[in-house]
Design a protein around this ligand. Structure first.
Ligand code: ATP
Ligand code: MG
Length: 374
């Protein structure tokens, strides 16, 4: 068993043979890109945004210049602008060598300069430590300029886009739009998991990107497609998975590809020919594996009332949250409930009075947590 390679993958971006379904999403994305229309992808965490984007890039690598920006860990405006400029230019420079000199010509006299980084790569730097508006504009004009120079359409993908607002505020986002909206050769794909923040940017009248991008929501991968994949992977690894067991694994995932893969991974560690009972063990192993992450989520909730509410809805999912519920869980009053709900929603833990992450809910039901249980 130990020397058998586990065919299931969780926690990293998956593409190619590990990628299940999403054909219609890919088709839609392809259509929008072709029509020069930008897209915004909303989904909960762990739903497969980054994998969808990676798979899209893999399939159409020959047709477009792809620029993928992950804003994770970026804290300052300068850092963001430099990373943006760098990514937009790096990919193009490596693809179309002959265009290097015309590129240098393009940025002559702007607030940008080309540098050589420590690891020998070409980098872009802002000349000033505090960029002024025209310098910011110059950065956001780059995709169109470079796409034109290289005679290929550019697709700029910004994953976890809500973080950009964190770095430069509405001002920065407005500056982006004011440039991006004129671009004919560059098209944009934004994605993110903080629905509230994204919605306010893309769907409210006063939002900076109002009506700029076509919305796409990622929901669960259809159960049949996932079951086929699990069965196929098991058998190609020399094991077997019954339809019943596969169904149970997919259901346990609660619609989250991450959890389906995680439970399948644990299951494969347990047996090459697993039973329904083995799935229960695999589920528990998955919960255990996540427990420190869940503990962090739990500890980020400081108020006892909020904690009590979380435990209540973990234990009684789908129960009407009326007077009886409030009394049973000592939650004070309907107005308290609505305040708690809106704060937990902002944190991304709940939505419409239910816990978003199904395994966090499981963990809350089984972990021995003292707080809020008096
Ligand atoms: N299309 C897919 N087919 C199979 N597994 C998938 C698919 N999409 C996602 N997964 C599983 O879910 C996990 C998380 O996917 P991914 O990182 O793409 O999600 P995400 O929405 O970008 O998550 P995060 O919010 O953490 O950035 C992957 O490691 C993989 O196990
Ligand atoms: Mg991601």
């Amino acid at each position: 068993m130990d020397d058998m390679q586990n065919p299931f993958v969780y926690g990293t971006v998956v593409t190619g043979p590990d990628f299940v379904g999403r054909e219609s999403e890919i088709r839609n994305l392809r259509m929008s890109v072709r029509n020069g229309k930008s897209t915004v992808i909303y989904s909960d965490r762990k739903m497969g945004k980054s994998s969808l984007l990676a798979e899209f890039m893999r399939r159409y690598d020959d047709d477009y210049i792809f620029v993928y920006l992950d804003t994770y860990g970026i804290t300052g405006l300068n850092e963001f602008l430099e990373k943006f400029a760098e990514e937009v230019t790096r990919h193009s420079l490596s693809k179309v060598r002959r265009f290097a000199s015309s590129f240098l010509e393009t940025i002559k006299g702007t607030g940008l300069r080309v540098i050589m980084t420590e690891d020998g790569e070409v980098g872009i730097e802002l000349r000033s430590a505090r960029p002024r508006q025209h310098e910011i504009d110059e950065v956001f004009e780059l995709p169109e300029k470079i796409a034109k120079l290289s005679r290929k359409k550019m697709v700029v993908i910004i994953d976890e886009f809500q973080d950009v607002a964190g770095v430069g505020g509405v001002q920065l986002i407005k500056a982006m739009r004011s440039k991006f909206q004129w671009h004919k050769n560059a098209v944009y794909v934004f994605s993110g998991s903080k629905r509230h923040m994204l919605m306010s940017i893309f769907e409210e009248h006063e939002g900076a990107f109002y009506k700029f991008a076509r919305p796409m929501t990622l929901s669960a991968i259809p159960a049949d497609e996932f079951k086929d994949y699990l069965v196929r992977k098991y058998s190609s690894a020399g094991g077997s998975l019954s339809d019943e067991v596969a169904t149970k694994v997919v259901e346990a995932g609660g619609g989250y590809p991450y959890y389906v893969q995680h439970v399948a991974y644990e299951l494969f560690q347990i047996s090459m020919h697993p039973t329904l009972d083995d799935v229960d063990v695999a589920i528990q192993n998955t919960v255990d594996h996540q427990s420190s992450a869940f503990m962090n989520m739990w500890e980020s909730v400081r108020s006892l009332l909020h904690r009590r509410y979380l435990l209540a809805i973990a234990r009684e999912p789908g129960i009407p949250q009326g007077v009886a519920f409030i009394e049973r869980h000592a939650l004070r009053s309907p107005s308290h409930i609505s305040r708690i709900r809106s704060q937990l929603e902002k944190k991304g833990l709940t939505e419409k009075g239910r816990i978003i992450d199904p395994f966090f809910a499981r963990w809350l039901r089984t972990a021995s947590l003292r707080n809020g249980q008096e």
